[in-house]
Design a protein around this ligand. Sequence first.
Ligand SMILES: [Zn+2]
Length: 460
Amino acid sequence: MKKIYLVFLLVVSQAFAQSEDEKQIRQIYDVALTDGQAYLWLNYLSNQIGGRLSGSVQAQQAVDYTKTQMDSLGLDRVWLQPVMVPKWVRGTPEFAYIETDPGVTTNVPICALGGSIPTYGRGVKANVIEVQSIEELKTLGKEKISGKIVFFNRPMDPALVNTFEAYSGAGDQRRSGAAEAGKYEALGVIVRSLNLRQDDYPHAGGMNYGDIPEAEKIPAAAISTNGADLLSATLKLNPNTQFFFKLNCKTLEDVESYNVIGEIKGSTHPDEIMVVGGHLDSWDLGDGSHDDGAGCVQSMEVLRILKKIGYKPKRTIRAVLFMNEENGLRGGRKYAEVAESTNENHVFALESDSGGFTPRGFSFDASDENIARAQSWESLFEPYYIHTFMKGFSGADISPLKNNTIVLAGLRPDSQRYFDHHHAENDTFEHVNRRELELGAAAMASLVYLFDTYGVVGSN
Ligand SMILES: [Zn+2]
């Protein structure tokens, strides 16, 4: 009899607890959708400041702006965390053409890849060898590659529904194509833009030379998908086609920049820190609205919403706007380094760096127990059409915080349009939908609320 009564009590208390959670989450969504601030912040970041390449004036303006905005939220503490960042500059616009016969040329859109050396002198002009992979270089050997421009043309796989998988499947060409082709005495590399759509935008992105000797470094540029198809078709008709490109980029000395951090102190477990973040730097061709202005303003919005609904977190909740994700990850590394040296106990970190599109769910890099805990909340998110709670990647900036107990999570928005804009000139404010952005902020605040309320398994 007693046992039945206890079970009854448990069921009632769970039902009550759930309705309390339902209420809180409803309130979070109400604030995000009827009184949201994220979109207004993004408007300023994108349209008044613009692209925020590490070490640029715009990156510094973004630091100042977001710091001032966080100062105005009445948080317990807002500060700048200094970090040295690389400073790579694009210089005057790049230029390229395909030359089928002497003097018969067609211009194609390219952009230098971040970290590339310039084309010294008047530019590079040479025959082209098209390849589908880095492995193919080995098969061809120095004999066939030396003195040519290597054209990496493997597209993102359109059969993959998760476009991030398609992106990682093709990304090695951009990241290390130049370092690899340089070993075979190529004069430069042209890489098909990581974009699933046919268009005329070249997509920037980071590349690095690893530890190859200075003499083997060759310039690297991305070509638009239309440009890549034209070059490929032209080469089939005329293998003697030449390609010309000129890049004016260079790497300057490292400069000091900052992570921007705001926090609400925890009421009962202030030593347990929960992070929500995005990266404040961006590529320079567009204004970085999706990548990752969206994630920054959503993270700030999480703190603002929690204050607005009068929620007093048990744990310390921080919004961290990381500097230099795109071409160095220095901000993410610095944050983790400082956390470790000051013995801070980070129990949870959530990153939004997949665009400001309609949120579909979260991926978790965490223990099975914590993933199960998150999955037990799925029904709370159902009314908001958030269905995906899966094991997977969290985010680059928070990845240096990884340890055995921390819950790392990533907001997973719909990914179908992301690579239309990613790192390109058309990553701009008008391509962000206000409600989609706000729904993402609300989903993030809800997950933070739940992990704060119920804790992280294994954290104490
Ligand atoms: Zn990003």
